[in-house]
Design a protein around this ligand. Sequence first.
Ligand code: HEC
Length: 151
Amino acid sequence: MGRIFRTLCVSALLSVPLLAVASDQDTIRYREDVMKTLNEQAGVLGEMLSGAVPNDNYGAQLQAFALTASTALKAFESKVPGGKAKPAVWASWTDFSKRMTEFAQQAAAAAKTAKEQGNDAAAEDLIDATESCKSCHKQYRQEMKGDRDDQ
Ligand code: HEC
């Protein structure tokens, strides 16, 4: 059983071309997947903060969130309009990239504060970061419902 599983995994890896060139569709899907990851990670943090689930892993989850945030700008660097991104992302790239960089810094600050001063102390940085989701989406994303910052 374990051997079959390993064989399947290896053949799945081998079927991915090593020097793949991303199509426009791949580029859009990738940045949307990064955003969805952020959304789910923000959800996990919220569930822990509200006390709905134990918060033993809060610090680690916050670090994972900050790490994802640090990768988000790169996912928008290829100028491929589409998805829910407004063309303004690339037309106002200086502003967009500044916002994304600040967002990643807020997430990193929250992770650092939690590590050094405890989870509660990080709440303010985290609120700043989620405000950044909302304000960036208002400007640069088509209207949509259902993500964490709409709640
Ligand atoms: C600096 C701008 C910016 C920041 C900050 C930002 N986003 Fe986004 N987000 C976008 C843009 C632009 C899109 C549209 C991407 C696309 O569809 O190509 C998007 C898309 C999304 C989507 C939709 C993905 C899909 O296709 O279903 C979700 C969910 C999302 N963001 C959640 C978040 C959350 C949660 C945060 C903060 C924790 C956040 N974003 C921070 C700009 C931003």
